[in-house]
Ligand binder design. Sequence first.
Ligand code: NAD
Length: 491
Amino acid sequence: MTGENAQPKASHYIGGQYVEDTDGKVFESLYPATGQPVARVHSATDAIVEKALASARDAQSAWAETPGFERGRILLKAAEILRKRNDEIARVETLDTGKAIQETLYVDAVSAADNMEYFGHLAATLTSEHIPLNPTSFAYTLREPLGVVAGIGAWNYPIQVASWKAAPSLALGNALVFKPSEMTPLTALILAEVMTEAGLPDGLFNVVQGMGDVGAQLVSSPIVDKVTLTGSVPTGAKVMASAAESLKHVTLELGGKSPLIIFDDADLENAVSGALMANFYSSGQVCSNGTRVFVQDGIREAFTQRLIERTTAIKLGDPLDPDTQMGPMISKRQAEIVAGYIAKGLTEGATLLTGGERQTVSGCEAGEFITPAIFSALRDDATIVREEIFGPVMCLLEFSAEEDVIARANDTEFGLAAGVFTRDLARAHRVITKLQAGTTWINNFNVTPVGVPFGGHKRSGIGRENAEAAVAYYSQIKSVYVEMGDVDAPY
Ligand code: NAD
């Protein structure tokens, strides 16, 4: 291994410690800026997967009996450690993903810590219902864990995805086996270390590495009670089909092609900021991105001009350089997918206003840097308007009337996110109500505080992460009817 190094102590984390099994196929984490390996890990063998699942199962029942405030205290401690180790985690996240360090320092471990804090407090304050029925009977509910949760992650927000699944799982008394994306195996292991240091009993948070087959093995295991996946729609469909065989609970956080609607009366500078945040953060590799930007006639010229000015000023570079605003695509494959969509946009007759070119960065010649692209003159049925690209490609679409843009915004199989920029708040609320999306913003985009539920409508997902809404997806209710009078039987 040369240059940067982020080699973990071992590939997997099971029962509160690092575990290796060199029988598993080796795969590398490459620093996307240079293509150089920063770590090598082994894919989990069947034995490792079974060991992790057994470890989770064995630890879960005692954890379920642990009072909520004690569970919460451990999550709060984990948040504190995550914040202390923030800069180190940010560096590893940047090496693993190629995202600019100016993002990972402020978003990834920070979001993980926020999540631990939120669910730590929630664990301490969970109550259930008392249901009065009549003078001699009442009922109450118990909120019980589901058991063993299998978490499967995507590569764009590795520690965030792991934490968004771990925090509610653990707060509610479940145990977790988490499989990070094979592209980004590293920071879930750091999270596991952090949980142990925070006092989490062994076996409650396990990490196993591997490709889709390891994920599939987790999903089909009889030990697993619930599956929570962040990934693409096709993977979501496979996971749900497999989970259906044994009727497991599922949470699916999937892809999108979200609309962002800019009305004439929007604050110009804020609307441009919103469109940039909706498209170019993390080199465009964000599930909730508002890649279909509908701009009303009256503001179109000024908006487009300012958008191009600010887009062309975005600084691409080595992600470890604090001045870099945009890093490379995570992989050659992802860069090829994006380049393929840009070529398709051109052959289908769209106008490329700026960007979309391969850029060479000094010292990072092997990195797949693509300048942020803005297309205009698009038809709604163009491929790049319909399909998720997962790269820095914004589609500008024109509109005149409110009703028309709502119908066009909703004309998609996805429903993850949506946004509206306007100074007319009555219109903002009216339009948001009609947009078919699970996570929406008025006069902002892509902000996801932990206290706000996150998830998709339509094919973008099932279930919710974050906020109190997650409780329903990581626990189950038991109703208890209590009779204090005589039993009324007709026999
Ligand atoms: P992906 O679907 O290729 O892989 C996601 C994970 O699923 C990986 O860990 C992979 O190994 C695993 N996997 C693959 N096949 C599997 C199978 N048959 N059974 C079980 N697991 C399997 O997605 P990706 O390329 O890693 O991530 C990009 C996608 O994720 C995009 O579509 C993006 O929109 C989506 N995403 C969604 C959210 C969200 O919260 N909604 C967040 C981030 C990314």
